[in-house]
Ligand binder design. Structure first.
Ligand SMILES: *Cc1c(COP(=O)(O)O)cnc(C)c1O
Length: 376
């Protein structure tokens, strides 16, 4: 027949890497097991029960009682796009705190929707001062929402949320957060911290393959969607439709990504078995061990100690070290992936993830051993 490949295509040629970059993290063996489960019809009562389990476990992971909690059928970026597509329309003004790469993407999406992104920008590596948010909310009129990234994977900064959540309530603005790299690895309290809309991803601290975006919406956010002036300009990401699909009515919207839902369910079961507190402590302890071990190699952290992200550590490249060559060497000789810098800090930092299943002392020791062999 025509169009045959020039050579026979070999079985999947994928080595089992140690994933210590900005994501994906290593998939837990039990999650791989779940992926091999048979696929029933997508409206089979058994599968619908699995969606219920995912919803219940997500409420635990997010620490929320929000009825409108679901897993969107695409990666974290789709979560970002869905949140803004539903909550922002032409003319809406959103205060976006930008302290890294992903805050910049939020502005891009808001502007594509005809909204106005008011940027509160600080240098990459810094966190946002709630006082600056307060001032902006006082100066500017009619701010519909404040948006920020909880865990900036580009800089390794964990943004404190509580004070900003309270300010949003005071000024009747919605509070929107990206928690792609914090869910399941860092303290996160959706209800207690006054978050109205949050989206995440499966391939970071949940140690699941990429492909779903867990998200949750407060009654205030749901009400804001109901009060839109115009139609939601996307069918696939129309949350009013997705809420019906994720309710008891189960109104068909799309065919559920069944195998990924199994994977997420197992990943969330692992989180629940370990317990959120123990999980958070493990991430904090292994990040501290990493910093200590790298310190003995003369490698210093980039982000300030009080806002350091436990799931992703940024470190300054030692002088004279060639960024790409070292990372290539780590990958080829040691089978380990770490991340390079983005934007203004490209070539200046490494980004080392210890997320979910990957957050284990043996991985810290292995990486540091490899780096010592390469650098010293
Ligand atoms: C990884 C990441 C995303 C994007 O998620 P994808 O799964 O790559 O679409 C968004 N925000 C943050 C903070 C991230 O780390």
């Amino acid at each position: 027949m025509a169009y045959e490949p020039a050579q026979p295509i070999a079985p999947l040629p994928v080595p089992d890497r140690l994933l210590m970059g900005p994501g994906p993290s290593n998939v837990h063996p039990r999650v791989y097991g779940a992926l091999a489960t048979p696929v029933p019809g997508h409206l089979d009562p058994v599968y619908l029960g699995i969606m219920d389990d995912v919803q219940a476990l997500l409420r635990y992971a997010f620490q929320t009682g929000n009825r409108h909690t679901l897993a969107l059928q695409a990666t974290g970026m789709a979560g970002m796009e869905a949140v803004f597509t539903n909550l922002v329309e032409a003319g809406d003004r959103v205060l976006v705190c930008v302290n890294g790469f992903f805050g910049g993407r939020m502005c891009d999406i808001i502007e594509r929707l005809g909204g106005e992104a008011l940027r509160l920008e600080v240098e990459w590596g810094q966190s946002i001062d709630p006082e600056a948010v307060r001032q902006k909310l006082r100066q500017e009129r009619a701010i519909k929402a404040v948006a920020l990234v909880h865990a900036e994977t580009s800089t390794g900064v964990l943004q404190p949320l509580e004070a900003i959540g309270a300010l949003c309530r005071e000024h009747e603005a919605l509070f929107i957060i990206d928690c792609v790299t914090s869910l399941g690895g860092c303290p996160l309290q959706i209800d207690a911290w006054g978050v109205d809309a949050a989206y995440s991803g499966t391939q970071k601290c949940l140690s699941c393959p990429p492909g779903l975006s867990p998200m949750t919406f407060s009654p205030r956010a749901v009400e804001a969607i109901g009060k839109r002036r115009g139609r939601i300009p996307s069918f696939y990401f129309d949350l009013t439709e997705l809420f019906k699909y994720w309710s008891e009515a189960r109104v068909y919207h799309h065919t559920g990504p069944i195998s990924m839902m199994y994977a997420l369910r197992e990943a969330l079961r692992l989180l629940h078995e370990e317990g959120l507190e123990a999980r958070i402590t493990r991430h904090a302890r292994n990040a501290a061990l990493l910093i200590e071990q790298l310190g003995s190699l003369g490698i210093a952290p980039f982000a300030r100690a009080d806002v350091r992200l436990p799931s992703l550590t940024t470190v300054r490249l030692p002088p004279g070290v060639e960024d790409a060559a070292v990372r290539r060497h780590l990958l080829n000789a040691y089978n380990v992936e770490i991340g390079g810098g983005l934007g203004p800090i490209a070539g200046k930092v490494w980004r080392i993830g210890l997320m979910g299943y990957t957050s284990h002392p043996r991985n810290v020791y292995y990486l540091c051993h490899a780096l010592r062999a390469i650098l010293c």
